[in-house]
Design a protein around this ligand. Structure first.
Ligand code: ATP
Ligand code: MG
Length: 374
């Protein structure tokens, strides 16, 4: 067993989608089953979700159990993985506050994920000179600083390994900087994490069904894990392909064609024998599409079959877990208790390092007493 501590989380802003699945969930289940780690944590980032949904707490509240059900249905096993709710661990908020001293406003403004998420939510505007006005009206400080809270989440558990999609890379870099700065000022205390990206490049950032750069709950361009087969089929049939591929005989483009990106993420050679025996593999299918003479409907139907095959057992497991919702909450409560013990141990190490352990430091009290006796 290695000394790896694996940690990752998701925002309860909606049910989880197939982008989460290929970008992170599938890898987590593999890691869990390889069992080559010391500890593994998976958490529901409700406090982070509130940074841009502070006016809609009901949405966050409703989605806690949805995300938990998605975890259980893809195969995360609470007997192997500590599954918890972020806001139940007050140490994470405490750490965030202390880490804020270690990060400049300019550094946060440069964080590419923060920049794009701020733009996506309409908090930044282009000025006449074409410069981004990051401090657009309405940008909440909490949202602006969420990378710092992510650093707290990761370091509180001394995570070494964070399985995540490519959009999280700048977040991990920011965490590493905070760890280095903390350790250089206060002494070796925190552990530097590494991102664990999916090996398949189509999975790094799965586009939405509208062809937009990222499938994202906030963009409404998702195929959810818990979608019924009917809903999934409809969404696949409406997917963005190649706008220049108007009639079947036109040569088609693969680059930027969402259906092919999804096939890259999900398709295996054996799917051809099962569902599309005219081709031996994806390369042959792509070659035909590029030559012309292959219609979008045919490849969409093929994709829908592959997705339904992958997600049918997941949907069935979800139905089982949905029968006992109190048990799901109970699992989260127990996980949160376990997580809290770990985080509070780190918190006390942090406080010792930062010399804010006044009541536990007998030498301090004695030396102060001595000073005032004089
Ligand atoms: P929101 O729109 O609320 O930010 P989201 O859909 O972006 O939601 P998150 O909860 O922010 O989802 O992301 C959780 C994890 O899933 C992260 O590790 C992220 O990198 C990964 N992930 C999210 N969307 C994708 C995607 N389209 N492709 C690959 N990985 C993804
Ligand atoms: Mg996101």
């Amino acid at each position: 067993m290695s000394n790896k501590v694996i940690l990752t989380g998701d925002r309860p802003t909606g049910r989880l989608h197939i982008g989460h699945y290929v970008g992170s969930l599938r890898g987590r289940v593999e890691l869990q089953n390889e069992a080559d780690y010391k500890k593994m944590f998976v958490f529901i980032a409700d406090a982070q979700a509130l940074t841009d949904n502070f006016d809609n707490p009901e949405k966050v509240r409703q989605n806690i159990v949805e995300v938990a059900l998605d975890y259980l249905s893809v195969g995360l096993d609470p007997s192997k993985v500590t599954i918890f709710v972020q806001s139940m661990i007050p140490e994470l908020t405490e750490l965030t506050f202390f880490y804020m001293n270690l990060v400049t406003v300019a550094r946060l403004q440069r964080n590419p994920t923060v920049k794009s998420e701020i733009a996506m939510r309409g908090f930044s505007k282009e000025t006449e000179e074409g410069q981004e006005k990051v401090f657009g009206s309405g940008l909440p400080v909490g949202f602006f600083t969420y990378p710092i809270s992510q650093a707290a989440d990761i370091t509180a558990f001394k995570a070494t390994t964070v399985p995540a999609g490519e959009d999280q890379k700048p977040m991990i870099e920011q965490t590493v900087e905070i760890v280095r700065k903390f350790n250089s000022i206060y002494g070796e205390t925190l552990v530097e994490p590494q991102i664990l990206l999916p090996k398949n490049s189509a999975c790094l950032r799965l586009p939405g069904i509208d062809g937009k750069a990222k499938m994202s709950k906030s963009l409404g361009n998702c195929i959810y894990l818990s979608e019924t087969a009917d809903e999934l089929n409809k969404k696949v049939m409406s997917m963005y392909t190649d706008p220049q591929h108007i009639s079947v005989n036109d040569p088609g483009h693969i680059e930027g064609n969402t259906v092919f990106t999804y096939l890259d993420a999900f398709c295996k050679d054996e799917h051809f024998a099962l569902y599309l025996p005219d081709y031996a593999n994806l390369d042959e299918l792509k070659a035909h599409y590029k030559r012309g003479g292959l219609g979008d409907v045919k490849i969409k139907k093929f994709l829908a079959k592959i997705l339904n095959e992958e997600f049918e057992p997941i949907r069935a497991r979800r139905k089982e877990f949905e029968k006992d919702i109190p048990a799901v909450y109970d699992m989260l409560r127990k996980g949160s208790q376990t997580a809290r013990e770990v985080a509070s141990q780190t918190m006390s190490e942090v406080k010792n390092a930062m010399k804010i352990n006044y009541f536990d430091d007998a030498a301090l009290i004695a030396s102060q007493a001595e000073k005032f006796r004089k």
